[in-house]
Structure formats: structure tokens, C-alpha cells
Design a protein around this ligand. Structure first.
Ligand SMILES: C[S@@+](CC[C@H](N)C(=O)[O-])C[C@H]1O[C@@H](n2cnc3c(N)ncnc32)[C@H](O)[C@@H]1O
Length: 436
């Protein structure tokens, strides 16, 4: 019977293979393919899988350096297991010889017993001479990003490219949003303190708190809806959309409902809050979010395509519309490192068509004088200012309503927070008004 330590390494290996086959890390880890204990076991599995995917390109480079026959190609699973081993040796403070022996033992759980001598040899070679894996001259290897993405960052943010790459490799803080209907940030910080959880108010964003890693279900008041997990960079929606009591608000790409819920917490007694999402399983998450917050009555959820509102719209216009558009996710790579390997350059053109379609289809639903807030978690102009700029050019009744935030960069049109700035994820916001 394999030890728990070996099973954790084996489960991480399977998750890495899954991501290599095109699945997201979230999905790969939702139900560990090899059972591991809850608590610390689960946390280590998470750390190994995220770490290897985050540093995949650098680890592949080390792997090649440590092979006795560098051209040799290996079965995908055995290869991933070696990466799991190298990650521990390079990045974790674990006893190296224990890490090697547990990684080698994991080969049995994966049906790769034949690979044990090779796994052992590669990891021991690295241990004997970590200098063998000397720094690569290729930035994409050192920073473990694909070259096309580095070029895209350099083109759009020439002076910020290195910061964006560095931020993409950081382990993000746990960011919380206090439910202002239930408590205040100061009161909640005291509660965390009493529970022995180190946390501090985010420098910007009135409802945001930053803390160290912690199992979400064990966060005080989380199950009761006193607090939600949401990056501080995502918490500007109520300020910018500014919904008022009695108004009708549409969140057109709403799942899992983080921003919809923030709106509901901030503005009780809205005339209506409609949340739409095209993916049925994700739309169900909006209902779960609102049930946890005790606000189930505050929202109506439609499973539908926001580009065809005729299918779900009752014909009454909205005072405020939020379009949190599907995008490349290049602003949230530190939380989802699989994005680096799952996205392809040609995704951007496809996404841009959808983003433009969303704006064009939803604009007629906005009442004269109403506000539309366009948001993405991308840092690429092609999905942000170019989409909004083209839309404004084509619409005589649309105006930008400029604003500044205490963090980020004016984009004309819109505003960009780059990942890592004030510990936030990267978000783009643009505010438009329908001329009366
Ligand atoms: C960036 S996520 C939204 C995150 C959400 N606003 C939040 O803060 O929790 C984009 C969402 O758009 C949805 N989506 C993609 N295409 C859509 C479409 N044509 N109509 C409606 N929703 C769509 C996706 O299923 C995804 O849930």
C-alpha cells in the first residue's frame, strides 16, 4: 500500500497530465484522481499541481538538462512525475531525500513502476549538481511563460512587461470581500484576529481584505455569507456602476455571481437584479452564491446567451448593465497558471468577436441615461480598449464616462489595473453612458 505522501505526488502528476491534455487545473483537481486526505494532504496536492503548472516551462528545461540522453522522449505520466519531483527540489522546503523517495514511490500508484530508476536518476542528478540546470538565456524559460504571450505583453505594456511576468508567477493572497449588509471591514478583521488568522485591510477597495492561504469553508462566517472570496481588483463594480435603489440592473455574464452578489450587498431594494449566463452549470453557481449570502430573493437567474437577449429579456430596459466579458484571463494568471498553456494566440480574435457582439447586443437593453460597465480580467488591448474604442466609434448614442482609480493606468478609453499592483489581479474597466 503506497504512503499518503506518494499518493499525493501521484495525484499531482495526474492533474499535471490532465492540464497537458487541455483541461483546466480547477477541473483536474475538483475530484482528485487518486484519493488523498482532506486538510494537509489536499493542500500539498494543490501546491504541487499549481506549482508544476506555474513553472512548467522552466521545469521542462531542468528535466532536459538532467537527462543522461537529452533527446529521449518519455511517456507523459512519467515525465510529469519527474516534473513534480523537480518542483519539490527547486521550489519547496522539503527534505530532498524524502522528496525523491516519495516521488519515486509514486510511480507505483501511477502504474509506471518501470520508470522508477529513471525518476530516481534524474532527481538525484539534479540534487548532486543543481548548477547543471543553469539559468536559461530565454526569458520565456526563466519566467515560464509562452513566447507569444511575452510578446503580447511587451507590445501592449512595454515598460511593464517584466512586472506582469513576475506577478503572473506569484502565489496570490487570499482576498476576501466583506458583506456590508452584515458587518464592517473593521469588525470582520477583529473576528479574523480572534480566530488567529492573520489578515489586513487591502490598501484600496473599501470592502477588501487580504489574508494568507486558508481553507475557504473554514473562514469565519463564510458558510453564513458574512464574507466572500473575491480578488480586490474585482471589487470596483459597485463604485463604478453605482446602482441606486429601485433601479433595474442586468449582469449579462454573471456566473459564478461574485460581482452580481457584490452589487446586491451594496444596494438593497433594487427594482430588479437579473443575472444571465450561457453555461447552465455555471449559472447554478449564481443561485448557490446568493443562497449562501441569504439573498436568494434578490436575484433572478437566466440560463441564456447574452448575445441573443430576445430569448430571455422581458422587454423592460435596464438602468445599469454589467458586461464582465469572457476573455483570455491574462490578468489572473497567478490564480490560474494553466491559462499560460491552455490559451492560444488565435483565441484572441475569437474572443474579440464575442466581446464586440456582447456590447452591440446588450446596448439596446440600456435605458437612455443608463450606464454600462465593461469589464475583463485581461491586460491585452485587443480585448479591452480596442473593443470599447471600436464600439464607441460605431455608436452615436454611446459616450465614455472617464474615471480614475487609486491604482492602475488610464487606457483611453477605460482603466487598467495590472496584475500585482497593490496585490490585485489584472482587471480592465470601461464605463459607458447612453446619451439621453
Ligand atoms: C468572466 S466570467 C464572469 C465572472 C462573474 N462576473 C463573476 O464575477 O463571478 C464570464 C462568464 O461569461 C459567460 N459567458 C460566455 N459567453 C456568454 C454569452 N454569450 N452569454 C452569457 N454568458 C456568457 C461564461 O459562462 C462565464 O461564466
Amino acid at each position: 500500500m503506497a504512503s499518503e505522501a506518494a499518493r499525493i505526488r501521484a495525484a499531482a502528476t495526474r492533474a499535471v497530465v490532465w492540464v497537458g491534455q487541455g483541461h483546466t487545473l480547477d477541473r483536474a483537481l475538483a475530484k482528485p484522481p487518486i484519493p488523498v486526505g482532506e486538510g494537509r494532504g489536499r493542500a500539498l496536492l494543490q501546491e504541487l499541481a499549481y506549482g508544476v503548472v506555474r513553472w512548467r516551462r522552466l521545469l521542462d528545461h531542468l528535466y532536459r538538462r538532467c537527462l543522461s540522453a537529452p533527446g529521449r522522449t518519455l511517456d507523459e505520466t512519467a515525465h510529469a512525475l519527474i516534473l513534480v519531483g523537480l518542483y519539490q527540489l527547486k521550489f519547496l522546503r522539503v527534505a530532498p531525500h524524502a522528496a525523491v523517495s516519495e516521488t519515486v514511490a509514486a510511480a507505483d500508484c501511477l502504474g509506471r513502476s518501470w520508470a522508477k530508476p529513471l525518476v530516481n536518476a534524474v532527481l538525484r542528478r539534479y540534487l548532486r549538481d543543481p548548477g547543471m540546470a543553469r539559468e536559461s538565456r530565454t526569458q520565456g524559460v526563466r519566467e515560464s511563460h509562452p513566447d507569444w504571450l511575452i510578446e503580447a505583453f511587451a507590445k501592449d505594456w512595454p515598460s511593464w512587461r517584466d512586472e506582469i511576468l513576475r506577478a503572473g508567477n506569484e502565489i496570490p493572497p487570499l482576498a476576501l470581500r466583506v458583506n456590508v449588509r452584515r458587518t464592517s471591514r473593521d469588525a470582520y478583521l477583529k473576528r479574523l484576529d480572534l480566530a488567529g488568522i492573520k489578515a489586513s485591510a487591502a490598501a484600496h477597495g473599501p470592502d477588501a481584505i487580504l489574508a494568507g492561504p486558508h481553507p475557504v469553508r473554514e473562514i469565519p462566517g463564510f458558510p453564513e455569507g458574512d464574507v466572500s472570496v473575491q480578488d480586490a481588483g474585482a471589487q470596483w463594480v459597485p463604485l463604478l456602476l453605482d446602482p441606486r435603489p429601485g433601479e433595474r440592473v442586468l449582469d449579462a455574464c454573471a456566473a459564478p455571481g461574485g460581482k452580481t452578489a457584490h452589487i446586491a450587498e451594496h444596494t438593497p431594494a433594487l427594482g430588479a437584479l437579473i443575472a444571465v449566463d450561457i453555461t447552465p452549470e455555471r449559472a447554478a453557481l449564481i443561485e448557490d452564491t446568493f443562497a449562501r449570502l441569504g439573498l436568494a430573493e434578490a436575484v433572478r437567474v437566466h440560463r441564456g446567451d447574452a448575445t441573443t437577449p430576445g430569448d430571455w429579456w422581458d422587454g423592460e430596459r435596464f438602468h445599469r448593465i454589467l458586461v464582465d466579458a469572457p476573455c483570455s484571463g491574462t490578468g489572473v494568471i497567478r490564480r490560474h497558471p494553466d491559462i499560460k498553456w491552455l490559451r492560444r494566440p488565435d483565441d484572441l480574435g475569437r474572443l474579440r468577436i464575442l466581446q464586440e457582439q456582447l456590447l452591440r447586443s446588450l446596448w439596446p437593453l440600456l435605458a437612455p441615461g443608463g450606464t454600462l460597465l465593461y469589464v475583463t480580467c485581461s491586460v491585452l488591448h485587443a480585448e479591452n480598449r480596442e473593443v470599447v474604442g471600436a464600439f464607441l466609434k460605431g455608436m452615436t448614442d454611446a459616450q465614455e464616462v472617464p474615471f480614475t482609480l487609486p491604482v492602475g493606468h488610464a487606457c483611453n478609453p477605460g482603466w487598467q489595473i495590472l496584475p500585482g499592483e497593490e496585490q490585485m489581479d489584472g482587471f480592465y474597466y470601461a464605463r459607458l453612458r447612453k446619451v439621453d
